[in-house]
Write a protein that binds this ligand. Structure first.
Ligand code: NAD
Length: 379
């Protein structure tokens, strides 16, 4: 079976779906690995690094692939090059890539969306989203530090004492917790808020103060561990109560998401106006609409003296480690699907069921059928 890895062609995408260190893991399992010329170059992996580990270099990664490993969703042209009944594993962005999902179905490709991996302990080594959120949380702090006109740490100098920067993190999931840890390591004073009460201990364990707001959050967590969508009144109250914490911060990092929804607006223009000039907001929810009402995706907005960044693909700005981490999750999943050197779809396997999007010409993911159907009927 040939496992193929193309060069990503999405503008600005520098990651690659397989790194040289993992080639031998696949060949040891009886797979042949083909890597497109230059596929890893932007992430820091040379063609010869793959070759030395046993991969074959190819000018076209699609035509011969039994299994295609990818980072970003395939384009229509790429799908047209795939063989019928081949397997696609990647970040498919299935909820917003209806055209590609339909084309994959029509081409009878068996496709898996890595972002649908269930957040359960057994699936942790295959959890691509968490891996990428870790990178985003880390890099968000570095971006903020770079824009801030202040030091992060407390400094005692001959020119006097410098007080540490104050960082407020809103949404302490995987990205938020990594941001807290990074800001702490740089010496900032960090506080954080999340609607899920269970997060309080995690926030404290990475050295930040958990902000207590008098909001009723007893039902804020769903069964799967994700945050529940709250009412408009709830978010309005949350904005009011967070106002003083936002105003006191030099840096605000927002990473508050509700699965399958637009990100809630938690920072209004009024709140931005209340911040000290020179302060910085990094909105990690930008791709989902943003947590700050002034965020513009992938733009640097300066309003009321505050710099607002809305990066949508921070993992791509650290392509070496992002690729390494992503590739590990993808190969772990591929190994999980293999039985005697062949891909085996076990309908009782939770990871397979959760991530399988198209198979044998059908869109098998029920949630997608519902969403695409609804979109078609204009609801
Ligand atoms: P996410 O990206 O969906 O959301 C980020 C954070 O935003 C969450 O912590 C959420 O509670 C928070 N949030 C939502 N609305 C908010 C609001 N109005 N104000 C403040 N915060 C708000 O979350 P995630 O990082 O993907 O993690 C979700 C959960 O899954 C966490 O409990 C995490 O520990 C868990 N998890 C489990 C595994 C696993 O076991 N394999 C892996 C990763 C994450």
């Amino acid at each position: 079976m040939i496992v193929s890895v193309p060069k990503e062609i999405t503008p600005g995408e520098r990651r690659v779906a397989l790194v040289p260190e993992l080639v031998s893991k696949l060949t040891a399992a009886g797979l042949e690995v083909h890597v497109q010329f230059g596929a890893g170059l932007e992430a820091g992996f040379r063609d010869k690094d793959y070759e030395e580990k046993g991969a074959r270099l190819a000018s076209d990664a699609f035509a011969e692939a039994d299994v295609l490993l990818k980072v970003r969703p395939p384009t229509a042209d790429e799908i047209a090059k795939l063989r019928e009944a081949s397997v696609f594993i990647g970040l498919l962005e299935p909820y917003t890539s209806e055209a590609q999902v339909r084309l994959l179905g029509a081409r009878k490709v068996t496709s898996f969306a890595m972002e649908l991996m269930p957040r359960i302990a057994r699936a942790q080594p295959m959890d691509a989203l968490s891996a990428m959120s870790t990178v985003a949380g880390y890099k968000a702090v570095l971006l903020a530090a770079n824009r801030l006109s202040k030091f992060f740490p407390l400094l005692m100098t001959a020119a006097g004492t410098i007080t540490p920067a104050r960082v407020f993190v809103v949404g302490a999931g995987v990205a938020g917790l990594e941001a807290i840890g990074t800001a702490k390591r740089l010496g900032a004073v960090v506080e954080a808020y999340d609607t899920r009460p269970s997060v309080k201990e995690e926030v404290q364990s990475v050295g930040a103060k958990f902000v207590e707001l008098s909001l009723d959050t007893r039902d804020a967590e769903e069964k799967g561990g994700y945050a529940r969508a709250e009412s408009t009144e709830f978010y309005k109250k949350q904005q009011e109560m967070m106002g003083e914490h936002v105003a006191a911060a030099d840096v605000v990092i927002t990473a508050a998401l509700v699965r399958g929804r637009h990100a809630p607006i938690l920072i209004t223009e009024e709140m931005v106006r209340g911040m000290r000039p020179g302060s910085v907001i990094v909105d990690l929810a930008s791709a989902q609409g943003g947590n700050c009402s002034l965020t513009e995706p992938d733009r640097e907005v300066i309003r009321h003296g505050i710099t607002i960044l809305g990066p949508t693909n921070l993992p791509s700005t650290m392509p070496f480690h992002s690729s390494q981490m992503y590739a590990r999750t993808v190969t772990n999943f591929l190994m999980h699907l293999l039985k005697d050197g062949k891909i085996c779809l076990d309908p009782n396997d939770e990871m397979t069921r959760a991530t399988l999007v198209t198979h044998q010409g059908e869109i098998v993911k029920e949630a997608l059928q519902a969403i695409f159907g609804a979109a078609r009927h204009g609801s």
